[in-house]
Write a protein that binds this ligand. Structure first.
Ligand code: SF4
Length: 357
């Protein structure tokens, strides 16, 4: 049997894992053991599952596989950020990024996950969006980024910290809500207390404004954070920056967001890229205050990271603070995101721009 014909165990939930082991005429508890090895010990080799009988390890090796993506390349930034280039079973490549939560070397990390190979939204400031769309990721490939990153950290840092990766953001390559079912499935797997056990409140899904997906998400009863990439507060500019705005203009997107807040009672985060000479005027600040003040919302300003070949510029620090001040004076709950990973092209919007370097 060639390896791709073997049963993929990564992505099975506990019940499915137990069922699979029962199918192999093994007791149900063996399923729990395999589940722990995969999700708690990032183990992809059955021969290393030392509490399984030798005969079962051999049987599993013949019939099944655990495809934690292979790390082809790793770049480490000055601030401790780590960008991984990972290869999937079909040789497609994706990137994900670990961002330290502070400059302390013992800091835990936020992991930025990809949900698609490339991205169909094609935002004109984004490296991923410029490289086209290839396919959606399966839940096991999303979870695989977590397990692969954790494995690398354990290998390289030899740290005894129990929870090296404390937060997850679905903010890497792709529009998560266009791959809705697999993304939600991966959220449940991250959250499972019998496996990875990451609290729902430590998970953020970021969307470019997929209003249909936001409506569905409101019904899920998951305590995650929803982040919306706003970047412009009128349709003319937003149409240019985020082509999805032509499908879901602000007058469609905002009722979906308001419903989401009303149903979940959760505060929403609006991400706003600061593009010099594009979206940072006093008038832009006024429009944002008018739009967001009535909502339960946080605003996160993200100074742009320049990308070779794209025309957008990073604003000077003084302009960033001026824009921040206008919003704060207008009564918005606003913060400026601290820059991480830009020296290794791992910052927001920069993923997949440097495969060959
Ligand atoms: S910013 Fe996000 S949604 Fe837009 S093209 Fe890039 S990855 Fe896709």
């Amino acid at each position: 049997m060639n390896s791709l014909e073997k049963k993929q165990l990564l992505g099975l939930d506990l019940n499915q894992m137990e069922e699979y082991l029962l199918c192999l005429e093994e007791p149900r508890f063996r399923g729990r053991q395999v589940y722990k090895w995969i999700y708690q010990k990032e183990c992809s080799s059955f021969y290393e599952m030392s509490d399984l009988p030798r005969s079962l390890r051999k049987k599993l090796d013949e019939k099944a596989r655990v495809s934690i993506p292979r790390v082809l390349k790793q770049r480490v930034g000055k601030d401790g950020s780590r960008k991984f280039l990972m290869e999937l079973d079909d040789k497609k490549k994706i990137e994900c990024v670990l961002l330290p939560q502070s400059r302390d070397r013992k800091s835990s990390y936020t992991l930025c996950l990809s949900t698609q190979v490339g991205c169909p939204i094609a935002c004109n400031f984004c490296a991923t969006g410029q490289s086209g769309f290839q396919r959606n990721l399966k839940a096991f490939e999303i979870i695989g980024q977590y397990l692969g990153s954790k494995k690398e950290l354990n290998k390289r840092l030899k740290s005894s910290q129990a929870e090296l990766i404390s937060n997850i953001v679905y903010m890497g390559m792709g529009e998560p809500l266009l791959n809705y079912d697999e993304v939600i499935r991966s959220v449940h797997m991250l959250n499972d207390p019998r496996g990875i056990n990451l609290g729902q409140r430590r998970i953020t899904i970021s969307t470019s404004g997929e209003a249909a997906g936001i409506k569905k998400l409101a019904q899920e009863n998951i305590q995650l954070t929803l982040a919306i990439s706003l970047h412009a507060c009128d349709n003319t500019l937003r149409d240019q920056l985020i082509p999805l705005n032509r499908k879901y203009p602000l007058e469609v997107l905002f009722p979906a967001v308001e419903d989401y807040i009303a149903i979940t009672g959760r505060r929403v985060t609006f991400e706003y890229l600061l593009l010099d000479e594009v979206n940072m005027s006093r008038n832009d600040a006024h429009k944002m205050i008018k739009l967001l003040k009535p909502l339960l919302a946080n605003v996160n300003l993200i100074p742009y990271n320049e990308i070779e070949g794209l025309p957008f510029k990073k604003p000077e620090t003084a302009k960033i603070w001026q824009f921040y001040q206008w919003l704060q004076d207008g009564g918005l709950n606003v913060s400026i995101r601290e820059e991480r990973g830009s020296d290794i092209n791992a910052a927001c919007g920069q993923l997949r721009s440097d495969y060959r370097r």
